[in-house]
Design a protein around this ligand. Structure first.
Ligand code: PMP
Length: 406
């Protein structure tokens, strides 16, 4: 079967809306257009019913009570509300926050903001696989620690942190635990009670739902978590997030969650197979290529490969009929090498010559075959033109070479 160009393989940046999701959303733009906060007529009741149904659908995906699901405008907002909201609400108790250098900017920047306001932030470093361990959290917790925020799976390399173990540590020490689960939820099984999670962020557009809608799970019992709102107004969403709800978007997020819940097990197996084929296909032929992150403790659909001695921009140019990412979309506007790969010890050059392959629900095996073929040819061609690789073949130890400034 011929493949259609361009091929989309950047599903960690965003996913296509599943047609089944779109179908469920459409009536809420037209005949069912009510405001979910209108209490006096059937238009409002209908919208409120749909929003509550979506709360139930998303709650079921993460083992939460529907009342614990708060709608937001996406995971950036969820992260900001969780981190700033908890920090301000519990400031009397303490001002110490624990996070990691591997987090998404939507966690890093709110933490930096709090540091400017006088909070003390501990930045944990991952190991060479990009994983942050529960033991590190246990060692960093102090009497004045009020919040731990560690992502469930990394957006660039897909490695999965020890979230249930971290939840256990936080529970024992009585510290609130937030996890940015944007890349994880809908792809892998999650249960907020089993994992000891108090706050969890997710986004519809990473799980085949629409953009601009997200969830913040907020635990209501044992312990009851309270947050100071960022947006104040009509008191929607238990007073924590005012603003008229995006009903079609929320219906879409609920529908997307239900499909993921039903299909996740099979989808993960299929995508793990494709990802395996892709990684083995490429590294089998391009002997310099290396997989970043953990070989197995990884999201099944995400693979990040580095191509040493190959110029990253040239490689992406040669692959321009495939939508791929070098680093994350959120930072690709800047020419800075990925801070995630640098945290793993990669040099600027190596970070620049790294590519994230983000497989998804709509990718086919034929597309993977096409991509493997293209990458092998492009990488081999660029290696042949690389003076550095020539030196390696001649047996020069590059670590001993003195480089002119460039
Ligand atoms: N956290 C992670 C781990 C992400 O990958 C993203 C999206 N790049 C976000 C947060 C931000 O999500 P949103 O686009 O919904 O604001």
């Amino acid at each position: 079967m011929a493949v259609e160009i361009p091929i989309y393989m950047d599903n960690n940046a965003t996913t296509r809306v599943d047609p089944r999701v779109l179908e469920q959303m459409l009536p809420y733009f037209t005949e069912k257009f009510g405001n979910a906060a209108s209490r006096n007529h059937s238009f409002g009741w209908e919208a409120e019913g749909a929003v509550n149904n979506a709360r139930r659908q998303f709650g079921a995906l993460i083992g939460a009570d529907p009342k614990e699901i708060l709608w937001t405008g996406g995971a950036t907002e969820s992260n900001n509300l969780a981190i700033k909201g908890a920090a301000h609400m519990y400031a009397e108790k303490g001002r110490h926050i624990i996070t990691s250098t591997m987090e998404h900017k939507a966690v890093i920047d709110p933490c930096k903001r709090l540091a400017k306001l006088g909070y003390d932030v501990t930045w944990l470093e991952p190991d060479g696989y990009g994983i942050v361990y529960a033991q590190q959290i246990a060692e960093a917790i102090r009497d004045d620690t009020i919040l731990v925020t560690i992502m469930w799976a990394n957006n660039e390399i897909g490695t999965i942190n020890e979230v249930p173990e971290i939840g256990k540590v936080c529970r024992e020490k009585g510290v609130i635990f937030h996890t940015d689960a944007t890349q994880y939820v809908g792809k892998m099984p999650a249960d907020v009670n089993e994992a000891g999670i108090d706050l969890l962020s997710a986004s519809a557009h990473k799980m085949y739902g629409p953009k601009g809608v997200g969830v913040l799970y907020v635990r209501r019992r044992r312990p009851r978590v309270r947050l100071e709102p960022i947006m104040e107004g009509g008191g929607h969403e238990r007073g924590m997030r005012s603003g008229t709800l995006n009903v079609p978007g929320i219906v879409g997020m609920g529908a997307a969650a239900e499909i993921c819940n039903n299909e996740m097990a099979n989808e993960a197996i299929r995508l793990a197979g494709l990802s395996h084929k892709l990684v083995n296909g490429i590294t089998g032929q391009v002997e310099t290529a290396v997989l970043n992150g953990h070989p197995t403790r990884r999201l099944p659909h995400t693979a990040n490969l580095s191509f040493p001695y190959v110029e990253g921009e040239s490689l992406l140019m040669a692959l321009k009929d495939i939508a791929l990412s070098s680093g994350s979309a959120c930072t690709s506007a800047s020419l800075e090498p990925s801070y995630i790969l640098k945290a793993l010890g990669a040099s600027d050059e190596l970070a620049h010559s790294s590519i994230r392959f983000g497989l998804g629900r709509f990718n086919t095996e034929e597309e993977v075959d096409y991509v493997v073929d293209k990458v092998i040819h492009a990488a081999q061609h660029l290696l042949m033109m690389s003076p550095l690789y020539d030196m390696v073949l001649e047996g020069v130890d590059l670590s001993k070479v003195e480089w002119a400034a460039h």
